[in-house]
Ligand binder design. Structure first.
Ligand code: KDG
Ligand code: MG
Length: 412
C-alpha cells in the first residue's frame, strides 16, 4: 500500500474548499480536508510544494510515522497552515486504512462509545423576532441544542448573524451565517463592547422566557472581550444556564481564562483557532475550560486531536469540535468518526453545507432527531466528484474584520 499519487483539489461550490486526495499503488483512495478559511491558497502551496513530494513512495499504513515525520522534519512546527496540511494527510491515511480494512474509521479508533452525536445549530436574528423564528426553524430541522447570536443596537453588522447585508440582498431568504465574503478585500464591521455586554443578557432572558429551561443554549463571543469583561458576561448569563460560552477572550492568552474562571460558573469553550496540544496545555491542566473547540481539520488531523482529547479526558474536559461551513464534508466526517469513538464527547457543531457542496462531496452520514452518525461505509465515507468539483474554480474570499468607533482595529 504505497502512496503513488497525491492531488490537491480546490473547489468553490458554495464556498472555497481544499481537499487532498491520496491514491495508493493498489488503487485505494483517501481524502483529507485542508480548508483554512480566507487563507486557502497558502495551504495549497504548502501541500503542493513541500508535502506531496515527501509522500510519494511512502507506506500508506504508517499514519503515526508519517505524522511525526511531517511535523518534526519541517523544523518550523505548528501554525495553522502547517497543521491544516498535516491534518489533510492524516485524514486521508485514516480513510485509506479504513477502506483497506473494510471498516468505518470509528471502528479503527476503538469502536462506538455512543449511538449518535448530539449536534448544535446556529440560530440568529438581527431582532428578537427574527431570532425566535430562527430558533423555531432549527427545532423543526431536528436540532436539540442551539447557538444564539443576535444583532446589537447601534451596530451595523455583527458576527454570527445570518441577517446581515447578504440576507437583505437575498430579499428575506434566510441562510445560515457564512462569515467569509467573496471579493477582493475583506468587509469592515463595527464593534462596541459596552452595548454588547448590556444587550446579550436581555436576549437570553427573552429566549428562556419563550423556549423554557430545557433547551441547551450556546453563545460565541468570538474573541472580543478583555478578561474582566468576559467575567462580567459569564456572570450576567448565569441565570440562563448556558451549555457554553465560547471564545470569550482572544485565544492567544491562555492565562486570561484564569481570571474569567474565578468569577463565573458559566461553562467555557475555546480553541477553534488553536492547532496543537501545546495551545491547550495550561488551560486543560488548570481546568480553565470545559470544552475543546478544535476541528480535526485545523489541529493536525484525527491522530493529533485524539491526543488532545485524551489529555482533556483526564481533567473532565469534553469535545465540542468546530463544525461551521468552512469545515468541508470530509473534515466533518473525520470529526464524527472521532466523536463517536472517544469517551469524552461533548457536542458537535453542525451547520448544513449548501446544495452545490453536497453535489461535489457524496456523504454517508445521517442526521436524525438532533443526532449525527458518520455511517458505516469503509473509511471516512465521503467521495469527491472531480467533474462537479471542476465546475467551481477558487474565488477570492476573506473573513471580515472589526473597527471600533474611533477607527481602532479590534478582534473579529
Ligand atoms: O472561519 C471562521 C469561522 O469558522 C468561525 O468564525 C466560526 O466561530 C465560529 C464558530 O463558532 O463556528
Ligand atoms: Mg466560534
Amino acid at each position: 500500500m504505497i502512496i503513488d499519487r497525491a492531488e490537491v483539489v480546490v473547489t468553490s461550490p458554495d464556498r472555497n474548499f481544499v481537499t487532498l486526495k491520496l491514491t495508493t499503488d493498489d488503487g485505494l483512495t483517501g481524502l483529507g480536508d485542508a480548508t483554512l478559511n480566507g487563507r486557502e491558497l497558502a495551504v495549497v502551496a504548502y501541500l503542493k510544494d513541500h508535502v506531496v513530494p515527501l509522500l510519494l513512495g511512502r507506506d500508506a499504513h504508517r499514519i503515526e510515522d508519517t505524522w511525526q515525520f511531517l511535523y518534526r522534519s519541517a523544523y518550523w512546527r505548528r501554525g495553522p497552515v502547517t497543521m491544516a496540511a498535516i491534518a489533510a494527510v492524516d485524514m486521508a491515511l485514516w480513510d485509506i486504512k479504513g477502506k483497506a480494512a473494510g471498516l468505518p474509521v470509528y471502528q479503527l479508533l476503538g469502536g462506538a462509545s455512543r449511538t449518535g452525536l448530539l449536534a448544535y445549530g446556529h440560530a440568529s436574528g438581527k431582532t428578537t423576532e427574527e431570532l425566535f423564528d430562527s430558533i423555531r426553524s432549527h427545532q423543526e430541522q431536528g436540532y436539540r441544542a442551539i447557538r444564539v447570536q443576535t444583532g446589537v443596537p447601534g451596530l451595523k453588522s455583527i458576527y454570527g448573524i445570518a441577517s446581515n447585508a447578504t440576507y437583505e440582498a437575498m430579499q428575506g431568504v434566510r441562510y445560515d451565517h457564512e462569515p467569509a465574503q467573496r471579493g477582493a478585500l475583506p468587509n469592515e464591521e463595527d464593534w462596541d463592547t459596552r452595548s454588547y455586554l448590556r444587550h446579550v443578557p436581555t436576549v437570553f432572558e427573552a429566549v428562556r422566557n419563550e423556549f423554557g429551561p430545557e433547551l441547551p443554549l450556546l453563545h460565541d463571543a468570538h474573541h472580543r472581550l478583555t478578561p474582566i469583561q468576559a467575567a462580567q458576561l459569564g456572570k450576567s448569563l448565569e441565570p440562563y444556564d448556558l451549555f457554553w460560552l465560547e471564545d470569550v477572550t482572544p485565544a492567544e492568552n491562555q492565562e486570561a481564562l484564569r481570571l474569567v474562571r474565578q468569577h463565573t460558573t458559566t461553562p467555557l469553550a475555546i480553541g477553534e483557532i488553536f492547532n496543537s496540544v501545546w495551545d491547550y496545555q495550561q488551560i486543560i491542566r488548570e481546568q480553565l475550560i470545559d470544552y475543546v473547540r478544535s476541528a480535526v481539520t485545523h489541529t493536525g488531523g484525527i491522530s493529533h486531536l485524539r491526543k488532545v482529547l485524551d489529555y482533556a479526558a483526564q481533567y473532565q474536559v469534553k469535545s465540542g469540535m468546530h463544525g461551521p461551513t468552512d469545515i468541508s464534508p470530509v473534515g466533518m466526517a473525520a470529526a464524527m468518526h472521532l466523536g463517536l469513538s472517544i469517551h469524552n464527547f461533548g457536542i458537535q457543531e453542525y451547520m448544513r453545507h449548501g446544495a452545490k457542496t453536497d453535489e461535489v462531496f457524496q456523504q454517508s452520514f445521517t442526521w436524525s432527531d438532533g443526532y449525527l452518525h458518520p455511517g458505516d461505509q469503509p473509511g471516512l465515507g465521503v467521495g469527491l466528484d472531480a467533474d462537479e468539483a471542476g465546475k467551481y474554480p477558487y474565488v477570492q474570499a476573506y473573513l471580515p474584520y472589526n473597527r471600533l468607533a474611533d477607527g481602532t482595529v479590534h478582534d473579529w
